[in-house]
Design a protein around this ligand. Structure first.
Ligand code: ZN
Length: 152
């Protein structure tokens, strides 16, 4: 959670600008800190790498969670992709943002995480050759790996 989240004048779920930060969001209705979201998802308002805010869950793919995100510094909408292979990891977001690896699966997670990272890097190299990529990033955090791109 951001320390100065109360000064953040955007909805932490849909990232619409809010006039009154204490009222529910006029655009999406989001109000509470953590409302009936699927158990493993990072709660809205979580900040990654000091700049990327996690918002609304978008979709779950094989080993990935996709979130709507926000670039705090540049004020841009993002898509945040988190590597989350449920066969090897779990998470209790009420306790930590870190993923917890099942015992004995550490090397599988390590390998999968590295593959996810390499895939993101390769994708970045490919698209940056053919189009102007405004913003992309990939990094390790919370015992897993993330991939970020600007949402068009
Ligand atoms: Zn909203």
């Amino acid at each position: 959670m951001m320390k100065n989240i109360r000064e953040f004048d955007y909805c932490i779920y849909c990232f619409s600008k809010k006039e009154n930060i204490d009222s529910p969001c006029p655009t999406c209705g989001y109000e509470a800190e953590y409302l009936g979201l699927p158990g493993w998802w990072l709660p809205p308002g979580t900040v990654l790498k000091g700049n990327y805010m996690v918002g609304k869950p978008l979709e779950e793919k094989e080993d990935e969670f996709h979130y709507l995100g926000w670039d705090i510094e540049r004020k841009l909408l993002l898509e945040i992709v988190e590597y989350f292979p449920k066969q090897w990891v779990t998470r209790d977001v009420t306790a930590t943002e870190q993923v917890n690896c099942f015992p004995g699966k550490e090397s599988l997670l390590e390998e999968g995480r590295q593959q996810f990272f390499e895939k993101a890097k390769l994708y970045f190299q490919c698209v940056s050759r053919v189009e102007d990529v405004l913003h992309m990033d990939f990094f390790f955090r919370n015992q897993t790996c993330y991939y970020i791109r600007q949402k068009k």
